[in-house]
Design a protein around this ligand. Structure first.
Ligand code: IPM
Ligand code: MG
Length: 350
């Protein structure tokens, strides 16, 4: 058996509920994959603010750094919402992890299942065949640029270096080479200087991937195309904030944000895996949350960080089968709670 250590940051709101079912599903497939997983729970987000006054302690960051992978539920909630610039915020924990572990590439796949085509707000014929991957830059741009206030004005700045753009683009091109071979680079090069550098560097990286076709798209147009012809996209590469917005938009194509996983990767094999949905404080504690997005995030973890692609395939197939068999959480208009969906998944893995 191969020993691995995964830090579990269940976080706030529905985080602990979805994490419980995800670790259970992984534990079901781990033995056959030859994995002996130690789950190490730690605090991050609002729960860490309550315990330590900060969303992410240095000790937890170090623990995550030395782990094989990090699995995250969700962070945040009204309890910690504030506009006071000096108050700690749960999201700072997330941003601190991304920066501290240098997780510069965020992968968000969107592939609506046929069983759910009618759950999408888009018509069936529009989404048929959609299988796209958003590769979002995660440690640069306006999220990490210089910011401040002077008198009655406030500012945030978007800065990118060639290296930051190139390493992200490489992740996108490599992914596309293993998929349908198309990269759409999204920017705002008609207005922003950082976008013009983005475009320039992406074109340079593209020369190393002759089998991949590249096209550029302005972000406003990309937002429109995602609704009008989502099936045309293969891999979308984009900077931090455009990726934040476009990935939420793309998420709705699948009908429920409760189904979408994500992986945040750096140069090594360690990574941070989390569902795209948030902490859903309105339903927290009721056992209603759909754990499928977290289970699918755990599958990405098995594939990218734990070298257990077969186990990942099994989890993904179990989610697909369970949905095809009619299991629906409340996010999809059904009645099933977290534990019941977890039961179905474990049964499908049997
Ligand atoms: C996301 C979230 C975060 C982001 C927030 C919570 C800081 O929206 O992961 O997409 O903007 O990156
Ligand atoms: Mg977001």
């Amino acid at each position: 058996m191969r020993k691995v250590r995964v830090v579990v940051l269940a976080g706030d709101g529905i985080g602990p509920e979805v994490i419980e079912q995800a670790t259970r599903a992984v534990d079901t497939v781990a033995p056959e994959a030859g994995l002996d997983i130690t789950w190490q729970p730690e605090l991050m987000g609002g729960c860490s603010i309550d315990a330590h006054g900060t969303a992410l302690t240095d000790a937890v960051l170090d623990t995550c750094r030395s782990a094989d992978a990090v699995l995250l539920g969700a962070v945040g909630g009204p309890k910690w919402d504030t506009t006071d610039p000096n108050a700690p915020r749960p999201e700072e924990g997330l941003l601190g992890l991304r920066a501290g572990l240098e997780l510069f590439a965020n992968l968000r796949p969107v592939k609506p299942l046929e069983a759910l085509y009618d759950a999408s707000p888009l018509r069936r014929e529009r989404i048929t065949g959609t299988d796209l991957l958003v590769v979002r830059e995660l440690t640069g741009g306006i999220y990490f640029g210089k910011r401040g206030r002077t008198g009655d004005t406030a500012f945030d700045t978007c800065t990118y270096s060639r290296d930051e753009i190139a390493r992200l683009a490489e992740v996108g091109f490599r992914a596309a080479a293993g998929r349908r071979g198309r990269v759409t680079s999204v920017d705002k090069a008609n207005v922003l200087e950082s976008s013009r550098l983005w475009r320039e560097v992406v074109m340079e990286v593209a020369t190393g991937f002759p089998e991949v076709t590249l096209n550029h798209m302005l972000v406003d147009n990309a937002a429109m195309q995602l609704c009008s012809r989502p099936a045309e996209f293969d891999v979308i590469i984009t900077e931090n904030m455009f990726g934040d917005i476009l990935s939420d938009e793309a998420a709705m194509i699948s009908g429920s944000i409760g189904l979408l996983p994500s992986a945040s990767l750096g140069a090594g094999s360690n990574g941070l895996y989390e569902p795209v949905h948030g902490s859903a404080p309105d339903i927290a504690g009721r056992g209603w949350a759909n754990p499928m997005a977290t289970v699918l995030s755990a599958a990405m973890m098995l594939r990218h960080s734990l070298d257990a692609a077969d186990a990942a395939d099994r989890l993904e197939a179990a989610v697909e089968r369970t949905l095809a068999d009619g299991a629906r959480g409340r996010d999809l208009g059904g009645e099933m709670g977290s534990a019941e969906i977890g039961d179905r998944l474990v049964a499908a893995l049997g």
